[in-house]
Design a protein. Structure first.
Length: 80
């Protein structure tokens, strides 16, 4: 059971959880992230909330989407 913080929206907190999972290797580069439906089931949130999570991760460059396939972990960009 997740203890939700009162000072941040749930979609922000879920995005942070997924970023932690990416950092610890639970989700590797170019592997799929949970779908909206899976996020709804795991975190007991509305579909709109789940959608915001995936949009946020794409906006931050952490993930990318492939139409018809889902959202995937973005490979880290090589440092110069």
């Amino acid at each position: 059971m997740i203890e939700w913080r009162q000072n941040a929206p749930r979609w922000v907190q879920i995005a942070e959880i997924l970023k932690e999972r990416i950092a610890d290797g639970t989700y590797l580069a170019d592997t799929p992230l949970p779908s909206e439906h899976q996020l709804v089931a795991e975190f007991d949130v509305a579909r709109g909330t789940a959608r915001k999570v995936l949009v946020r991760l794409r906006e931050e460059g952490v993930a990318y989407s492939v139409r018809g396939l889902g959202t995937f972990v973005q490979a880290p960009k090589p440092e110069e």
